[in-house]
Design a protein around this ligand. Sequence first.
Ligand code: GAR
Length: 210
Amino acid sequence: PKRIVVLISGSGSNLQVILDQTREGRINGTVAAVISNRADAYGLTRAEQAGVDARLLDHKLFADRESFDSALIELIDNYQPDLVVLAGFMRILTPELVRHYQGRLMNIHPSLLPKYKGLHTHRRALEAGDDVHGCSVHFVTEELDGGPVIVQARTPIMKTDTEDSLQQRVHTLEHQIYPLAVEWFCNERLTLASDGVQLDGTPVGAAGFD
Ligand code: GAR
């Protein structure tokens, strides 16, 4: 089984599905540690309840982003992960960290990338009058929310939708596609090539499901 380290800043609902599916054997991997930059992240409690190492690395105790990320690399590498999963980790990463985990660092983002990189994605989709929205799992590169997409899920935007209703629906989709991408990686079916992501040797540029 592959060794997975999950980085969080908050509730950790995506972490929870990954914990569940590794325990159930649906993902051929084991979560070696959960690391949060925030002491109040509920995901730390989820990790403890699952019997997984729950570690806090408070970014406020570091002088700058570079020193925080250096400490983070050291902490992560103690667990010798095959895969590092960002699950609501709300920190911008240094190029040093991104390069260190090139090809084994994944993120989930609540929009249909390349649309709406950054924050407030649901509000921006609503304000733009989009009729479809969703979420994306991607490999992390130095460009913020710009790495090659592994899988996306989409949902129609309805007239009655609010930021909150949309956020909830997208969250449910996240819980479907993130464990799928992790499972693919753990079964060595995913590769990050120079021209994008391949699943079983085939480019996944158009992958996604409704
Ligand atoms: C998720 O919606 C995830 O897509 C988003 O944070 C939430 C974490 O939820 N990530 C980002 O916005 C990254 N820029 P969770 O803690 O319940 O998994």
